[in-house]
Write a protein of this length. Structure first.
Length: 141
């Protein structure tokens, strides 16, 4: 039997229900959405907040703790900022702006480069219909 998944009453993780202290969060390893380099993103100024979300876990009502923080890309040529939300096991559950797939467009024609860039951005934003349309768009016979 599968373990039930936590389902928050309000699925928008960016809306807080309760706010408290400053947790001690470790760095997270993510691909920077700005420069697309993989890096270990630390919390800016050790400033993070803890908040709770109420919801259901199978038949049970529960309250889970989340952590929100602003982090900076370790690439000194980028220094891009991200906003991260982690669950109580410090697993990253949301990142804004979203992470993008790593891809190499060097040997593609300019039109294909632009189409692929837009499809990757749609994928990162989970706009699956737009992504599918971009992938299937091309010259008509």
């Amino acid at each position: 039997m599968a373990t039930p998944e936590f389902i928050p009453d309000n699925p928008n993780l960016f809306q807080l229900e309760a706010l408290s202290g400053n947790p001690n969060l470790s760095a997270i390893s993510v691909r920077c959405p700005h420069c697309r380099e993989l890096g270990s993103f630390g919390v800016v100024g050790n400033a993070a907040i803890t908040f709770q979300k109420s919801g259901s876990h199978g038949p049970n009502r529960v309250e889970l703790q989340y952590f929100a923080s602003i982090r900076v890309c370790p690439n000194v040529k980028c220094n891009g900022l991200i906003f991260a939300i982690q669950n109580n096991q410090q697993k990253t559950v949301e990142i804004e702006p979203p992470q993008l797939l790593d891809f190499n467009i060097d040997n593609l024609p300019p039109r294909c480069q632009e189409t692929l860039k837009e499809a990757i951005a749609c994928h990162g934003a989970q706009e699956l219909d737009a992504q599918t349309a971009k992938v299937h768009t091309g010259p008509r016979p």
